[in-house]
Design a protein around this ligand. Sequence first.
Ligand SMILES: Cc1cc2nc3c(=O)[nH]c(=O)nc-3n(C[C@H](O)[C@H](O)[C@H](O)COP(=O)(O)OP(=O)(O)OC[C@H]3O[C@@H](n4cnc5c(N)ncnc54)[C@H](O)[C@@H]3O)c2cc1C
Length: 413
Amino acid sequence: MVFRLLKYGLSHRYPVTGDIPATPDLKPRYDVVIIGGGGHGLSCAYHLARYHGIRRVAVLEKGWLAGGNTSRNTTTIRSNYLTPQGIAFYKEGLELFAAMSDELDFNIMFSQRGQLTLAHTEATMRAFHTRAEAGTYMGTRIEVVDPKGVEALCPELNMDYGGALEILGGLWHADGATARHDAVAWGYAAQAARCGVEIHQRTEVDGIEIAAGRVTGVVTSRGAIACDHVLIACGGMNYHVAQMAGVELPIRTYPLQAMVTQPVKPWLNILISSVSLHTYLVQSSRGEVVIGGGSDPYQLYSTRSTLDMKEHLAEGSVHLFPFLQGVRVLRQWAGITDMTPDYSPIMGASPVTNLWLDCGWGTWGFKATGVAGKRLAECIATGRVPAILHPFALERFERFALLNEMGATAASH
Ligand SMILES: Cc1cc2nc3c(=O)[nH]c(=O)nc-3n(C[C@H](O)[C@H](O)[C@H](O)COP(=O)(O)OP(=O)(O)OC[C@H]3O[C@@H](n4cnc5c(N)ncnc54)[C@H](O)[C@@H]3O)c2cc1C
């Protein structure tokens, strides 16, 4: 066996091929520079090269690929939002996820297991009815279920812990799913690289150059580059990077934490989320229970994790599933999230010509990795913002045309 493995490994017939080439030298000019090598930046690069034939693209990442929120998130994919504009956008995102393994020839481990959000108050039940109406109208699979329906979907739930926070019902979203986050980033990176996109890791952008109101290039830790278009896709750093171009974004940055337990026997085959407990759980394919909740209550640019949050998440989880008591927490981590006032992203044009924004993804942007990249590539390639992105324009804040998704984002992300 060992000998056969060695023979296979050393044979010229099976050469080692790297999916992503090593960081090349920077060229003096590109058609498009994408700042941020997270899922969103890589998805846009892929769509530019694959569908618009724009291949002189450089993705500049100050750290390593997907080292920001892309590989820190808890991978909830869903389209059960509140506004028709939000639902239409995230629905397209979900459809792209369902087809992504084939599209990228890379197994992203898409698992459409459904998401159940629990209500512990009458007010939450009323909000669920509104979301179910909106979602059904927009063609998503969504319905309100009573306590019996909740029990049928997840028999292990503690329906009434001493009457303190009885479960009154739930919002069942059969389309809800998860996927492997680093596989998504890797898949986009590998296919983008195959189409000729250059991926420059450890390359930080320190300045954005503008002449006569139009973007002309960027200054990086490895030198200056000229370009025709720049996309800002910098996750938690979006506010600061936009400021380099004099663009003020209505964004505040908060840490968001999550944790994972030791592997346990598979029992949870859906995503579970509780609005009142600010806790959600999903069991990974390794058996680990991934647990997340709300943002930290203060603005901060730090990815440290806290005992407070661990206690809060453990408490919520044990309320819902008492048998988790005694299960060990293996890891806890945080990302920094760029939050907008209305819990919707900012996508499209900026006040600077050819400087494009893919910002304000806060705690909910993983599910939009495919669709945001696809639609922003369309903006860059055609110079026109497609209708599906109009509601997410930066200038909505000037017109007081906010797209309030706070109630549908909450702890579920
Ligand atoms: C704990 C946690 C749980 C979450 N759970 C979910 C969830 O369940 N579902 C969901 O949909 N979303 C979730 N999110 C949100 C989601 O992770 C993000 O919205 C999404 O990953 C944003 O992707 P991105 O590519 O825009 O940003 P990122 O992945 O953060 O990528 C941005 C990149 O830009 C780089 N960068 C920054 N500044 C510069 C610079 N000056 N020069 C060069 N590069 C720079 C960073 O290093 C980073 O790699 C969660 C987030 C966290 C933290």
